[in-house]
Design a protein around this ligand. Structure first.
Ligand SMILES: [Fe+2]
Ligand SMILES: [Fe+2]
Length: 386
C-alpha cells in the first residue's frame, strides 16, 4: 500500500484502468474511487525523520572511525545513506568499491587524498581540503588516505540507503577468501607469501603520511584522467538571499555527479527557508553548525516537526512539503543531498503567483485584498523578521 495514497495505490489505479474498457464510464469509476479513498484507507503516521549520527559509537579503530546512517539505523532513509568518517594522519580507507551506490563526500576538516579507477582504465589522484567534494560513480574502485598533520573528517553520502550491508567490497576481504593457488597466478607472488596478507578486511588501517607532491601510479604511462571526480564547493559563488546563501552543485556544475545534487546551505540567525517541495527527489540533511527546526507535511493532515543541531541528520521524502526555521544566535550551516543529478523545487510562493486571484479567493475563502498581499514569487530564504 502506498503511504501517500492510503487505500488506493497507483497500481490500483492502473489495474482499474486496465480492467475495464477505457472510456468515460471507466474514468467515472476511477474518479469515484479516488474521491472515496482518503476516508476509507488507514493513514499511517509520519515516520521519524531525525537521526543523531555523531552520537553513535560506530566503527572505531586506531587509524580512524566511521559512523553510519543507513536503513539499519535510520529506516526512513531508503534512498540516501550517510557516513561520518575520520582518518588519522597517514591512515588509509583501503581499496574498495560499492556495488550498490555512488559515493559523494564533503571534507569538514583536515586534508585527504583519493585514488579512483574508472571502467575505461583511467585513473585519478586528488587531494582534498575543507569545503572540497568528491563523487565516485557506483562500482568505481577507490581508496582514501589522511594527509595530516591533523585528523581528516568528512561526510560521505551514498545514493542508496542500503549501500553498506553486502554492498561494500574490500580488496583485503577478497584476497583473504581466494585460494593461494589462484592468487599466485593472478598476482605473481609465490603461494607461501599470501600468508603475510591480511586475514580479513582491513577497512581503515594505519599508514605513513605520503609525500606532499602527488606520487606516480605504479603503471608507467597510465593516463591521468582529468580532475573529473573533484569539485571545490566552498569557493564557488553562492546564490544569496536575504536570510542566507546556497551553494548548489548538480550535474550541471559537476558533470560526473549524475545521481546526486549537493547543497551547502547557510542560514543567518532568524532566517526561514521558505515552504517548498522537491517533485523528483528525497532530501537528506546533515547539520554542520548551529540549530534549526524542520517541519514536514505528508498529506492527510500529517505534519511533524523536529529540532536539529550539529551532527544530526534529517530525511525528507520526495514530494513532502517542508520548511526550515533557523533557531539560536549562531548561524546554521547544513549539507543537503538529493538523490538526483538535477535540482528541482516548487516553492509555495511561486505556486501562488502562478494562479489567478479569483481562483485563490475561492480556494481560501478570503478577500481579494488579502489575496493581493500573498507573494507572487519565491524569496528562497527569508531574513529575520524586523
Ligand atoms: Fe567508498
Ligand atoms: Fe528542500
Amino acid at each position: 500500500m502506498s503511504e501517500n495514497h492510503p487505500g488506493f495505490s497507483r497500481r490500483d489505479l492502473f489495474d482499474a484502468l486496465s480492467g475495464v474498457s477505457v472510456g468515460l464510464a471507466a474514468t467515472a469509476v476511477v474518479a469515484e474511487q479516488v474521491n472515496a479513498a482518503p476516508s476509507t484507507g488507514k493513514v499511517e503516521p509520519l515516520e521519524n525523520f531525525k537521526f543523531d549520527i555523531e552520537n553513535q559509537r560506530g566503527w572505531v579503530g586506531e587509524a580512524g572511525s566511521a559512523k553510519e546512517a543507513t536503513v539499519a539505523e535510520f529506516p526512513v532513509s531508503q534512498s540516501i545513506a550517510g557516513v561520518s568518517m575520520r582518518l588519522q594522519p597517514g591512515a588509509i580507507r583501503e581499496l574498495h568499491w560499492h556495488a550498490l551506490a555512488a559515493e559523494w563526500a564533503y571534507v569538514l576538516k583536515g586534508r585527504c587524498r583519493t585514488t579512483v579507477i574508472t571502467p575505461g582504465g583511467k585513473a585519478e589522484i586528488n587531494d582534498f581540503e575543507k569545503g572540497d567534494t568528491w563523487y565516485f560513480p557506483r562500482g568505481h574502485g577507490h581508496a582514501l588516505q589522511g594527509l595530516g598533520p591533523d585528523e581528516c573528517h568528512f561526510i560521505l553520502g551514498f545514493d542508496s540507503g542500503h549501500f553498506s550491508e553486502f554492498g561494500t567490497f574490500s580488496i583485503t576481504d577478497w584476497i583473504a577468501r581466494t585460494p593461494p593457488s589462484v592468487l599466485s597466478r593472478n598476482l605473481n607472488l609465490p603461494e607461501s607469501t599470501f600468508a603475510q596478507f591480511p586475514k580479513k578486511e582491513i577497512y581503515i588501517g594505519p599508514g605513513k603520511i605520503p609525500e606532499r607532491s602527488l606520487e606516480d601510479f605504479r603503471q608507467a604511462g597510465l593516463e591521468m584522467g582529468e580532475f573529473t571526480h573533484k569539485f571545490r564547493m566552498d569557493p564557488m559563488t553562492p546564490r544569496t538571499f536575504p536570510g542566507g546563501e546556497e551553494r548548489i552543485v548538480s550535474s550541471k556544475q559537476f558533470p560526473i555527479q549524475k545521481t546526486i545534487t549537493a547543497v551547502r546551505m547557510d542560514l543567518k540567525p532568524g532566517a526561514l527557508r521558505e515552504m517548498h517541495w522537491h517533485p523528483h527527489a528525497d532530501e537528506w540533511q546533515y547539520y554542520v553548525k548551529g540549530r534549526a527546526r524542520v517541519s514536514i507535511f505528508g498529506s492527510h493532515g500529517r505534519v511533524r516537526t523536529e529540532e536539529f543541531q550539529p551532527g544530526q541528520v534529517s530525511f525528507i521524502k520526495q514530494g513532502y512539503g517542508h520548511y526550515i526555521e533557523q533557531i539560536g544566535d549562531e548561524a546554521t550551516q547544513l549539507l543537503i543531498l538529493f538523490n538526483s543529478g538535477e535540482y528541482e523545487e516548487i516553492s509555495l510562493s511561486n505556486w501562488l503567483g502562478a494562479n489567478p486571484s479569483t481562483l485563490l479567493t475561492a480556494n481560501f475563502g478570503i478577500s481579494k485584498e488579502m489575496i493581493d498581499r500573498l507573494p507572487t514569487k519565491e524569496t528562497g530564504i527569508f531574513g529575520r523578521r524586523s
